[in-house]
Design a protein around this ligand. Structure first.
Ligand code: THU
Length: 140
């Protein structure tokens, strides 16, 4: 199994655990950190709709808890006929920890439908560099 296939497999497993009774739109995500650990998660909805947590946000949380701050590759899986590309908020969340050349694979249950770079998804982005901070996860 290739590295990418393993990520897709983990994202599919996470998608199957999605808690999305309100939208019926399960999403799975898998993040590979630069040290080659995989962090998979699903979307988690709430009766108070606006509290829904996207799969990418949940996967980032898992990565941070493990002490990793740098993303190497991302897989996002949805089941609809349209491409399940990361929402605007998640593009910004990913960008915090992903360099412009990081690949984001937009998938369905059959595999990759489109691969884009972080820069494709969020060009001319606002990020840690704008804040003149000493700490920048993607260049430290
Ligand atoms: N969703 C994600 O998990 N990731 C995205 O990037 C797009 C949207 C979820 C949120 C909500 O639970 C469902 O998809 C429908 O919007």
């Amino acid at each position: 199994m290739t590295d990418l296939m393993k990520m897709i497999h983990e994202a599919q497993k996470a998608l199957k655990k999605s808690y999305s009774p309100y939208s019926n739109f399960p999403v799975g995500a898998c993040i590979r950190s630069v040290d080659d650990q995989l962090f998979a998660a699903c979307n988690i909805e709430n009766a108070s709709y606006s509290l829904a947590i996207c799969a990418e946000a949940a996967a980032i949380a898992c990565m941070i808890v493990a002490g990793q701050h740098r993303i190497k590759e991302v897989v996002v899986i949805g089941t609809g006929t349209e491409l399940c590309s990361p929402c605007g908020a998640c593009r910004q969340r990913l960008r915090e920890f992903a360099a412009p050349d990081v690949l984001v694979h937009i998938c369905d249950l059959n595999g990759v439908r489109k691969t884009m770079t972080m820069e494709d998804l969020l060009p001319v982005s606002f990020g840690p560099h704008n804040l003149e901070k000493k700490h920048d996860p993607i260049s430290d």
